[in-house]
Design a protein around this ligand. Structure first.
Ligand code: GUN
Length: 294
């Protein structure tokens, strides 16, 4: 056994960070010869520390890609009207190809109003109803697809190859950001897709049928080893901050990693799995918009 092979019965750890680094490098190569500079605007309202970390990573990666990066850090008490005015300016700004408003937003701002105010052709999150509808209808040519689902698909194809026809995918969670769009995306790949949610009876029994198990609920270590079929590919979208009894904090996923790794063929770690891929796909979407404008 050489040093890169996992011990017997342990799953391959899927290297999302390494995969994302490669994608960022290839985007930077493409930008160098594109003839225009893609521009990404990222808006953060308030000072939520997790959101600040995500937004700073997005701006940093945009710069690594050679993009024009505009970050707007707005105060917690920003009005809905002020945010909508900024979006309107960015919608008509030719330097900006992608607009992202980090969620969640403070209570005085209706996130739905904000998302629907973004020009759908610049909606690099893929959350606008136009883009959600195009994905649902399979009209992918003009669509922008949400970044986390795209990142999940990328990692799954990296493990299993491009052809996913007939695979049984079970998605745990039905959010508009991950659960629903990732289910649509994999249906588009001719997978058999089942969605498990808080109203599902016997979720663990259904999860055990999955060739590919995608978990996106925000419940730390919800999925245990006995929810997983031996040899399944497990994609953990959860990023949960927890503190141990001494007050030391760490990030864990929605899957009980150590136990599930004994059973699965491959599993994404948290951190270093889906998270970096979400950001890489945001850069890919921004490049796509810039290329569509050529
Ligand atoms: N908050 C958590 N995930 C996301 C995301 O993918 N996009 C935005 N805009 N906000 C988020």
């Amino acid at each position: 056994m050489n040093s890169t092979v996992s011990p017997l019965n342990a799953a391959k750890r899927i290297d999302g960070k390494g995969c994302a680094d490669q994608i960022i490098a290839s985007i930077a190569d493409r930008v160098a010869i594109l003839g225009i500079q893609p521009g990404l605007a990222v808006i953060l309202v308030g000072a939520d520390s997790a959101s600040q970390t995500y937004v700073n990573s997005k701006s940093k990666r945009a710069k690594e890609c050679g993009f024009y990066s505009a970050q707007y850090d707005l105060p917690e008490d920003t009005s809905e009207v002020a945010l909508l005015e900024l979006i309107e300016q960015l919608n008509v700004d030719d330097q900006i190809h992608g607009i992202l408003v980090q969620l969640p937003l403070p209570d005085q701002i209706d996130p739905e109003k904000v998302i629907q105010a973004i020009d759908p052709t610049k909606d690099v999150d893929g959350f606008h109803f136009n883009n959600a509808g195009r994905l649902q209808a399979g009209a992918l040519e003009q669509a922008l697809i949400p970044c986390t689902p795209l990142g999940c698909l990328h990692l799954i194809q990296h493990e299993l190859g491009a052809e996913l026809r007939g695979k049984h995918v079970v998605v745990v969670g039905r959010s508009n950001i991950v659960g629903k769009p990732v289910a649509s995306l994999l249906l588009q790949q001719d997978c058999t897709v089942t969605t498990v949610h808080s109203g599902t009876v016997n979720p663990e029994q259904i999860c055990r049928l999955a060739d590919i198990l995608i978990v996106a609920v925000g419940v730390p270590q919800l999925v245990k080893a006995d929810w997983v079929k031996p040899g399944a590919v497990v994609i953990d979208v959860g990023i949960n901050y927890v503190e141990d009894s001494s007050g030391k904090g760490r990030l864990i996923g929605d899957v009980h990693f150590d136990a599930v790794a004994e059973k699965a063929a491959a599993i994404t770690p948290v951190p270093g799995g889906v998270g970096p891929m979400t950001i890489a796909m945001l850069m890919q979407n921004t490049l796509l918009v810039a290329e569509r404008a050529l």
